[in-house]
Write a protein of this length. Structure first.
Length: 122
């Protein structure tokens, strides 16, 4: 990143800054919520990361599929198909997770009942 910003710092200072940016918020949150809530916090962080994954995979697939930008390193057809299928699965599962979390239980039961599926446990 420093090449894009024309901002040079020594490697040990860069490591110290990046590790502090990662550790300090975690220590603060654990300090606020307590050690007993760390499992819930870990699950919440994984849900957030899961939601962000679709936003990372989509542009990655778009960028690496472009022959003009990637040249000979552009994705081959089989990799494009596999990548887009994977991206679609990630996005669909995230939409389902949001749907299951925020739609009321009565509507969920009716919706899943239309397809003959059991409603997820709340």
């Amino acid at each position: 990143m420093e090449g894009f910003l024309n901002f040079r710092i020594t490697p040990w200072l860069r490591r110290l800054i990046t590790r502090a940016l990662a550790i300090i918020p975690a220590v603060l949150i654990i300090g606020i919520f307590g050690e007993s809530k760390t499992t819930q916090l870990l699950v919440a962080s994984q849900v957030v990361l899961s939601m962000q994954l679709g936003f990372a995979v989509w542009p990655l697939m778009r960028f690496t599929n472009e022959k003009a930008k990637m040249g000979e390193f552009a994705n081959r057809l089989w990799l494009k198909i596999l990548g887009w299928i994977t991206a679609a699965i990630i996005i669909v599962l995230n939409v389902k997770l949001l749907f299951d979390m925020f739609v009321p239980a009565s509507i969920l039961k009716a919706f899943y009942g239309l397809f003959g599926l059991p409603a997820p446990a709340q």
